[in-house]
Design a binder for this molecule. Structure first.
Ligand code: ADP
Ligand code: ZN
Ligand code: ZN
Length: 751
């Protein structure tokens, strides 16, 4: 019944940064909604342009005769047009909710429309009979033709697979594929010649009988979906408890009802094994997007989604914006992952946007994690989400045993090595028994920062104000901007020669292990060994193929991939991430430790985990060692409530960025004064220096505002936007022009 509508016009133009207000003619008042496509008179000549309704208003703030009237509404019978309209309405919501320009929001939500090459999709299909294939497999194995064997083994499991999956994720070269093609073992087919996808879906996929806990989740979630209830469910389930199997069952039912599914999985966890499980059920009705795809390739996938060629899309955060005409379920696996927060404007969180999209489509949302974010778990405890717990591994088997090694004790006992006596002993046992070990160090580089033992001076990057790291080639390197300089022999501050690095990097651990265990085969995984595309997968594949005894690495090694032969996980410095300096440091530490502990004992042998720490009494470390999520939650939420940190309250970070520190600080001070005078009740903190205060030659300062109600923060954000706009129009406020303002609601990383 709204009398006014905000309309975004002709979205292909860059200049449409704001919606325009129009009168809604009486005959359209019942039918318009955010996302409706309308035609409106625009500009001096009142040419009729197409636009999208982004909001409906009861009051316009203008006199009626100042406003033009919507000419007519375009009936949204074309599903593609409707999908586009939905996306525009979503962008408008994001602009409002997170604070960004309309064009930044539109760019996030819409594809550029640039189309790909339209290359046909190819698939690799096993053509030999199973008996012939097995015979060939034996031969390849005898000849140690590992790639051929790997491909054939995989095709015996799932006989038809996308060509790109085989090459990119299974690391099979086109030559190997051609060799097997020549031997008439397989055929490469184009998608045009593919059989009806439905018959594929009904194929030989081995059915897993869900257990009672899994069935209950599937039943309740699909009942909500069928009833059109937009519920959010959180599955708190330990690694291996069968969450993925639950997702697949839910999606199958939703797809059968004619709706589509979006599955978000952090890129790092998107393994070949996981993808195969989806292909097995959904064949070529499923598609994957990832960050290494070009814009055009992504558009091709989105095009297939909007035209109904696929039912399921899997990908990272941006897959949320797949323009399916009818979405039935959005699944977010590893819900706690930091990568679900966009760190560019608009700084949205995938969980919140997923819930909004679900409301627009009448869909359900399913979140899953072994270590849910405090935000999601708290919402579930408060009754806003359904909470499901899966406490047992689906295939049986016990959780690993965790013990703590107090490194202060080690020092007192005269042990100055990287490994505690206990971890060294266990590691020796594993090497003897030919079992695998993972050692996790929450840090990168040959050694950390370089500092003077006499005066405390720390060598820092001149552009980023972070300490430089010493690399083995003798260079000091900045991990933010890549700045390099030769190492220093004398303290630039006091001249002392006692300036050196603290040695605690993955390279150094590797060197130590090589020296102490000369026979051991060691792989290292960190940012330095995974620079090139495919490095990450290659190292994990090699470790999975038991080409090494020990894998040393940073947090990258705690995610994805199952290693059945790993029976020992050592965490070398459990407390390092406690010093990250943000309110969520304990939560992140708990998550990392729990996930790392979950890597041990995934096979039939029992696993052991050792946390080495200088703070054995810390509650995050203790609860992680006890594998007690609930206990951790209860302690952590008290702290958040006491200090009014999210999720106990909401927090808005207003970030100021400028090449001039003076301008940055002045603007931050002006906004602080503006907030204090305009919203006297608001709890405002700062301005404070960002961490680091300078990044890529830009100074960074931040103001924090805490509030119970999110809407209040949106109101403050709007106020600041209006003030920025007014000051800009004024023209004489130089500071407002030289300083960029960004907003971050409920920030998850320190600014
Ligand atoms: P999660 O996603 O929670 O880590 P998965 O769904 O990957 O767990 O399940 C772990 C393993 O257990 C997989 O190999 C899966 O096939 C198997 N699995 C899951 N549910 C069942 C079940 N009901 N019966 C037998 N095996 C199961
Ligand atoms: Zn010095
Ligand atoms: Zn730098």
């Amino acid at each position: 019944m709204s009398k006014y509508a905000q309309v975004i016009i002709d979205i292909s133009h860059e200049k449409v940064d704001r919606p325009f207000t129009y009168r809604v003619p009486a005959e359209l008042r019942e039918t318009l909604w955010p996302g409706s496509i309308v035609r409106v008179p625009f500009g001096k000549g009142n040419t009729i342009r197409q636009g999208y309704v982004t909001a409906l208003l009861d009051e316009s703030g203008y006199e009626d005769d100042q406003l033009k009237e919507i000419a007519d509404a375009v009936s949204p019978d074309d599903p593609k047009k409707q999908a586009a309209a939905n996306q525009v309405a979503l962008a408008a919501w994001m602009k409002q909710q997170y604070g960004s320009t309309m064009s930044a929001a539109l760019k996030t939500v819409l594809t550029t429309g640039r189309r790909g090459t339209g290359k046909v999709r190819r698939e690799v299909e096993l053509t030999a009979s199973p008996a012939e294939a097995k015979e060939a497999l034996d031969l390849f194995e005898k000849k140690h033709q590992v790639a051929r064997a790997r491909l054939l083994l995989s095709l015996l499991e799932v006989p038809r697979q996308p060509y790109s999956l085989v090459t990119a994720k299974l690391h099979i070269t086109p030559q190997t594929i051609r060799a097997l093609e020549d031997k008439k073992l397989l055929a490469v087919r184009e998608s045009r010649t593919l059989r009806d996808p439905v018959s594929f879906r009904d194929g030989e996929a081995a059915q897993i009988e869900l257990n009672a806990d899994q069935k209950r989740i599937v039943a309740e979630v699909t009942a909500d979906a069928a009833a059109g209830k937009c519920t959010v469910s959180l599955i708190h389930g330990i690694t291996g408890s069968g969450k993925t199997e639950v997702y697949i069952s839910i999606i199958r039912r939703i797809v059968e009802s004619g709706k589509a599914a979006i599955v978000l999985i952090p890129e790092i966890s998107l393994t070949y094994q996981t993808l195969l499980r989806f292909y097995r059920y959904f064949g070529n009705r499923v598609s994957v997007v990832n960050s290494s795809m070009t814009e055009a390739e992504k558009n091709d996938q989105f095009e297939r989604a909007s035209s109904g060629e696929i039912d399921v899309i899997i990908g990272p955060r941006s897959a949320l914006f797949t323009p399916f005409p009818r979405i039935g379920v959005i699944i977010i696996d590893e819900e706690h992952e930091g990568s679900y927060k966009n760190e560019q404007m608009p700084k949205y969180h995938a969980r919140e946007v997923a819930i909004r999209i679900a409301q627009m489509h009448g869909a359900v949302v399913v979140l899953g994690s072994a270590t849910p974010s405090l935000a999601a778990y708290d919402a579930a405890v408060q009754g806003q989400y359904r909470l499901f717990e899966l406490t047992k591994r689906a295939t049986g088997g016990a959780l690993a045993r965790v013990s703590i090694a107090d490194m202060r004790e080690e020092l007192r006992a005269g042990n100055r090595s990287i490994l505690s006596r206990k971890l060294a002993e266990k590691l020796g046992e594993r090497l003897e028994r030919k079992e695998q070990t993972m050692l996790f160090l929450n840090r990168r580089g040959f050694s950390g920062f370089v500092s003077c033992r006499s005066c405390g001076y720390v060598v820092k990057c001149p552009h980023c104000d972070v300490s430089l790291s010493l690399h083995r080639n003798g260079k000091l390197v900045c991990h933010y901007c890549g700045y390099e300089q030769p190492s220093v022999k004398q303290c630039p501050e006091c001249g002392s020669p006692y300036i050196a690095g603290f040695r605690a990097g993955t390279e150094q651990v590797e060197e130590y292990l090589c020296a102490v265990y000369p026979g051991a085969r060691i792989l290292r995984m960190d940012a330095d060994t995974t620079r090139r595309k495919g490095d990450y997968e290659r190292i994990l594949s090699a470790f999975a193929a038991e080409e090494a005894d020990i894998l040393v690495g940073t947090q990258m090694i705690v995610k994805g991939h199952d290693f059945p032969k790993v029976t020992l996980v050592g965490i070398l410095l459990a407390d390092l991430s406690l010093h990250a300096g943000d309110y969520a440091a304990a939560e992140k530490t708990f998550q990392l430790l729990t996930q790392a502990a979950g890597r041990a004992g995934r096979g039939d042998r029992e696993g052991e985990v050792i946390f080495q720490t200088y703070q054995p009494d810390n509650y995050a470390i203790l609860h992680a060692a006890a594998q007690d999520y609930r206990g951790f939650y209860e302690e952590e939420i008290l702290y958040r409530r006491m200090l009014r940190y999210p999720p106990a309250a909401h927090m808005l970070a207003v970030q100021f960025i400028s090449p001039s520190e003076e301008a940055c600080l002045r603007r931050a001070g002006e906004i602080r004064a503006f907030l204090d005078s305009t919203y006297p009740g608001a709890l405002v903190i700062g301005p404070a220096a960002g961490q680091p205060v300078m990044l890529r030659d830009q100074y960074r300062y931040v103001i924090y505002i805490k509030e119970e109600k999110y809407d209040k923060l949106v109101q403050y954000k709007n106020g600041i936007e209006e003030k920025n706009e007014a000051d800009r129009q004024d023209g004489n406020n130089a500071a407002s022009r030289a300083v960029t303002t960004q907003f971050d609601f409920d920030p998850v990383n320190v600014f």
